[in-house]
Design a protein around this ligand. Structure first.
Ligand SMILES: *Cc1c(COP(=O)(O)O)cnc(C)c1O
Length: 490
């Protein structure tokens, strides 16, 4: 028999396809109450379309889901340089504290007198975030960054309503994360595009020309999504404030500035943070996350209720805030994420958090400098925590950013963010974070250089990637536009 016969690893079937009639995973004990006739139940409670439900034994169920989990890529499997997403390592001590029974088993309806520890943690975490951002007050209620944005914009809308001013426009730079314009639209505002200047940052002149008394706010990200620091921020904030506007900062990129500068000092009035990015809590797969919102005094009355308040040594929840936008989320937000972020902050301390940002910046610049001969740099400047490259050199060989991103998978890396920000053609946005060691970063750089070489010498190889995965290239547009969410028996 021929040796080395390649055995194709079949794709994992759907669990429905493994089903065979009559098989069960668990056998509950028989009922000790009399069976009732279906006819006596209200029709709406009866299931009619249970047909095709998978019938499968316990070992095969476990194997199916374990195999699926092994097809996944996570920050615990390898380097994950996904720009704008801060896929940093989540220290396991965060999980240990989140699993402390007093926290993990806490019921949200438990009496305040029995929840003092949790309320104290919420209150202290708010204080730490006030200190880190240089703002005046924080709510931990929003479930993610995008909901933090919505919280902020709803508060801004109420703020102007309260003043009797009709301001409907929000200025948003063209490098903005997609959630920014979406948020403004949801909150009833109209988006006005701000064009990024030639240096990759917005200019006071441009803001001056757009700002008038119909503008409610400027919503910008600093550092922006090109990984560049908005160096004119104070001057720009002054222009907005002079005409009565609010400066909103998308703070999802806080990993670059912790301990180095305070957003509050730059003229920012309101900022959302992403605990699941900057503060090392798990991230991806749809949550749960946490997107606290930090505000200056003028917006504090509008924060969602309940607020945690302290009198003497006792903590309680205050629902009585006349100007509050109300409740944004069931209960108080994602508490277990808060425990993880609290643990991280306490473990790092102020110097530790500062060195996080310094190292994140150093790593990104190191990658940028070592790759500058192989990849085009659309904005050739010192960057913050992420760098943006493009596929301009590789286009000569008909190789694109998508091809190279797919090829990186074969080298064992998660691809960077691609085709974002939109203003860079064929963008590759690389954010290494501070948690990677030099060996990992150097290996990634070697892989990128090797792919650049392949693009020159064997472009077809890159264009066919990936070769190491169960499926190669899926139709991403169709997968997103016409998803198959329900399986039906044939
Ligand atoms: C991740 C991110 C968001 C959205 O945060 P979610 O927690 O995913 O809702 C918004 N803005 C920027 C710049 C981001 O990187």
């Amino acid at each position: 028999m021929e040796k080395n016969i390649k055995i194709e690893n079949p794709a994992e079937p759907l669990i429905f396809e493994r089903s065979s009639a009559g098989r069960v995973g668990v056998e509950p004990p028989s009922f000790d109450v009399p069976d009732i006739d279906d006819a006596s139940l209200p029709e709406g409670l009866l299931r009619s379309d249970i047909e095709g439900f998978p019938e499968i034994g316990e070992p095969e169920t476990v194997r199916h889901f374990t195999r699926l989990s092994q097809l996944n890529f996570g920050v615990d499997t390898g380097f994950y340089p996904l720009g704008s997403c801060t896929m940093k390592y989540n220290p396991k001590i965060n999980e240990t504290t989140a699993a402390i029974p007093g926290f993990a088993g806490l019921h949200p309806y438990q009496d305040e007198s029995l929840s003092q520890g949790a309320l104290e943690l919420i209150s202290e975490l708010e204080e730490y975030l006030v200190e880190i951002t240089g703002m005046d007050a924080v709510t931990l209620q929003p479930a993610a960054g995008a909901q933090g944005e919505l919280c902020g914009m709803l508060m801004i809308a109420d703020y102007f309503k309260g003043k009797g001013e009709n301001r409907k426009k929000v200025l948003i730079p063209d490098t903005a994360h997609g959630t920014n314009p979406a948020t403004c639209h949801l909150a009833g505002f109209e988006v006005v595009r701000v064009q990024t200047g030639p240096e990759g940052v917005i200019t006071p002149g441009c803001i001056e020309g757009l700002m008038d008394d119909g503008v409610a706010a400027l919503m910008l990200t600093n550092p922006n999504t090109l990984g560049l620091f908005e160096e004119n921020i104070k001057e720009i904030a002054d222009i907005i404030h002079a005409k009565g506007g609010i400066v909103y900062c998308d703070g999802a990129n806080l990993n670059a500035v912790m301990g180095l500068m305070k957003l509050g000092d730059m003229g920012i009035d309101v900022v959302q943070l992403n605990l699941h990015k900057t503060f090392s809590t798990p991230h991806g797969g749809g949550g749960p996350g946490s997107g606290p919102l930090a505000v200056k005094k003028i917006l504090e009355p509008y924060l969602p209720v309940p607020r945690v308040v302290k009198e003497g040594d006792t903590y309680s929840l205050d629902y009585n805030k006349e100007k509050s936008i109300g409740r944004l989320k069931a209960f108080y937000g994602h508490f277990s994420v808060m425990v993880r972020a609290y643990t991280y902050i306490r473990r790092m301390g102020p110097e530790g958090l500062r060195s996080v940002s310094e190292l994140a910046i150093l790593n990104a610049n190191y990658i940028k400098e070592r790759l500058r001969e192989d990849f085009h740099l659309p904005y050739d400047r010192t960057c913050m925590h992420e760098c943006v490259l493009s596929d301009k050199f590789q286009n000569e060989h008909d190789v694109t950013t998508l091809d190279m991103a797919k090829r990186l998978i074969d080298y064992g890396y998660h691809p960077p963010t691609i085709y974002f920000p939109l203003i860079v053609h064929g963008a590759m946005m690389i954010e290494p974070t501070e948690t990677e060691d030099l060996l990992t970063i150097d290996s990634f750089i070697d892989a990128m250089k090797s792919i650049a070489k392949e693009a020159r010498e064997t472009p077809q190889l890159v264009k066919g990637a990936p070769y190491s995965t169960k499926t190669s290239r899926v139709d991403e547009t169709r997968a997103a536009r016409t998803p198959v969410l329900r399986w039906r028996a044939q």
